[in-house]
Unconditional design. Structure first.
Length: 374
C-alpha cells in the first residue's frame, strides 16, 4: 500500500471537524479519485497528505511509514495545485528542474530527466520558453512534468483542471490518463466533477460533509449506490419518496395499479422509503406494459431538445416529477403517458438514506408484478 489514511480527523480552532474519521488506502499504480462537493474536506485531506497540515487525530502512512508529523520535503509526494504555480522568471526547463536538486538528483542527470518528462507531456520543444508564452493547457502540462520529474511515490492532483474550459479539460483528462498509464505512478486525483472522476479513476472515494460516503469502482457505485447521497451525486437521478403502509405486511404502493414494494427487513420497518431511478433507465409509453416493474401514469410537463438527446419532464399523477432521457422523438407537452422502468434499474433507500437490499421481481395472484425487498 503506497498511501494509507487511518482514522484521520482535523478541526480548525474550535469549529466542527473539517474531516472526521477518514480511512482509506491507495495501492501501488492505482489512480484513485477523491470526489465530493465543495466544502466536503478534500483540500484538508490533500494538505494533510502533502504535509502542509498536521491533522488533529489519526495517521498518514506512506509505504507503511508514519509520516503524520514529517515535513513536506521529507515525503516523496508530487503535487499539482488547483492554481498555476510556475515561476514566471524561469524557463520551462528550469521550472521542471526546480525540485530535482532537493530530491538528490545529480547535476549530470538533471538535464536528461527534464527532457524526458517534457517529452512525456509533449512539450519537448518548449524547454527554453517562458511560462508567459504558454497556453493554459501547456502550463498545466509543465506543472505535471515538474511534479513527476523527481519520480515520487505518490502524485497528488488537486483539482488541476477546474479552471480550464470544457474542451481543454477533456484534452488534459486524456493526457493524464495516458501519462499515468505510461509511468505507473500512484495517483490521488482530487475533483468535484463526477464525469471527470468516473472517466479517469480505478476507484472512487466519495466524500460528503467531512466523512467518506463510499469507496468503490466507478461503475459499481453508479449502478448500485450504497446510499442516497452517492446515488444523487454520481450522475443524474430522480427520487420518489413514499410512506410505508402496513405493519404486519409493510409495503409501498407505486401508483394506483398496486405495484408494491414489500419490505422484509431485520431490525424494524422504516417509516418511508426513497426510490431512485436514473433518467436514462426510464422509458415513456402511451400505454401500460405489464412486464415493467415500475409503471406510473403522468402528464408531459416539458420537453428539452439537447441535441444528442431529449429530456422529457413528466409530472406523475402521484405528485412527483421525473426526468426521462431518450433519443427517440418525444411526446408533446400535455400528453398523458406512462413512465416505466425495469426492476434492475431501481434503487431503494430507507428514510435515513441507506440502501435496502436485496430485492427481486415476483408475480403475486394479481396480474401485476410485485417488487419485494428481502
Amino acid at each position: 500500500m503506497i498511501l494509507e489514511l487511518d482514522a484521520l480527523s482535523h478541526r480548525y480552532d474550535d469549529d466542527d471537524p473539517a474531516v472526521e474519521d477518514i480511512s482509506f488506502g491507495v495501492e501501488q499504480g492505482e489512480l484513485v479519485a477523491l470526489l465530493g462537493p465543495s466544502g466536503c474536506g478534500k483540500t484538508t485531506l490533500v494538505q494533510a497528505i502533502a504535509g502542509h497540515l498536521q491533522p488533529s487525530e489519526g495517521e498518514v502512512r506512506l509505504r507503511g511509514a508514519d509520516v503524520t508529523e514529517s515535513p513536506p520535503e521529507s515525503r516523496d509526494v508530487g503535487l499539482v495545485f488547483q492554481e498555476p504555480t510556475l515561476f514566471p522568471h524561469m524557463t520551462v526547463a528550469e521550472n521542471v528542474a526546480y525540485g530535482l536538486r532537493p530530491a538528490g538528483i545529480e547535476a549530470d542527470q538533471r538535464e536528461q530527466r527534464v527532457q524526458e518528462y517534457l517529452t512525456l507531456v509533449a512539450l519537448g520543444e518548449q524547454a527554453d520558453a517562458s511560462p508567459g508564452n504558454l497556453s493554459g493547457g501547456q502550463k498545466r502540462r509543465v506543472e505535471l512534468a515538474r511534479a513527476l520529474a523527481p519520480e515520487p511515490d505518490l502524485l497528488l492532483l488537486d483539482e488541476p483542471l477546474s479552471a480550464l474550459d470544457r474542451r481543454l479539460r477533456k484534452q488534459l483528462q486524456d493526457e493524464i490518463a495516458r501519462i499515468q498509464s505510461e509511468t505507473g505512478v500512484t495517483t490521488l486525483f482530487v475533483t468535484h466533477d463526477q464525469e471527470e472522476a468516473m472517466a479517469l479513476a480505478d476507484r472512487l472515494v466519495v466524500m460528503n460533509g467531512g466523512t467518506v460516503s463510499a469507496v468503490g469502482e466507478p461503475r459499481e457505485l453508479y449502478e448500485r449506490p450504497p446510499n442516497r447521497f452517492v446515488a444523487e451525486f454520481l450522475g443524474r437521478s430522480n427520487t420518489i419518496t413514499a410512506e410505508v403502509t402496513g405493519r404486519h405486511t409493510p409495503a409501498v404502493e407505486l401508483g394506483a395499479e398496486m405495484r408494491r414494494i414489500s419490505i422484509e427487513k431485520a431490525g424494524g420497518v422504516p417509516d418511508a422509503v426513497i426510490c431512485q431511478l436514473r433518467p436514462r433507465d426510464l422509458t415513456i409509453s402511451p400505454q401500460e406494459d405489464d412486464r415493467a416493474a415500475v409503471s406510473l401514469p403522468g402528464r408531459v410537463e416539458s420537453v428539452d431538445d439537447l441535441g444528442r438527446r431529449y429530456d422529457v419532464t413528466v409530472e406523475l399523477d402521484r405528485g412527483d416529477s421525473v426526468v426521462v432521457e431518450g433519443t427517440d422523438s418525444p411526446p408533446s407537452v400535455g400528453d398523458s403517458v406512462r413512465v416505466q422502468a425495469a426492476a434492475d434499474s431501481l434503487s431503494v433507500f430507507s428514510g435515513n438514506g441507506q440502501r435496502l437490499d436485496h430485492w427481486a421481481v415476483e408475480r403475486s395472484l394479481k396480474p401485476k408484478p410485485e417488487l419485494r425487498l428481502k
